[in-house]
Design a protein around this ligand. Structure first.
Ligand code: ZN
Length: 113
């Protein structure tokens, strides 16, 4: 990523031909086959769609295990994978409201609200 491995914005790709949104990376639009995308920023509000507990993560995250890994449905309709910034403080449930906090270390981080 051009601006480094940190962002306070949740980014998506919008197909320049038909407008369909994707979470990167994406190389071809499944809607129309176009490969020309523009980057857009999402609001980042959404809810927990599902989640799982990771006990055997990649090496980079090993010291943090076990931790929850979520799949979030954001208001724009996209499904975005990510982690929780405050999983120890709030109970994680399907349907819990979340808001995007940051992109860091290759992961989208969401806060339970
Ligand atoms: Zn398209």
């Amino acid at each position: 990523m051009a601006n480094g491995d940190f962002s306070e914005l949740l980014k998506a790709l919008r197909c320049k031909s038909c407008g369909k949104l994707y979470v990167p990376p994406r190389y071809n639009c499944s809607g129309c086959g176009e490969s020309d995308f523009s980057e857009v920023n999402l609001k980042g509000d959404g809810e927990v769609y599902s989640f799982t507990i990771i006990r055997m993560p990649f090496e980079e995250f090993q010291k943090e295990a076990p931790y929850a890994f979520g799949v979030f449905r954001v208001d724009e309709g996209l499904i975005v994978p990510g982690r929780f910034t405050n999983e120890g403080e709030r109970e994680i449930k399907v349907g819990s409201n979340v808001t995007f906090e940051r992109f860091e270390r290759g992961v989208n981080w969401f806060e339970l609200t």
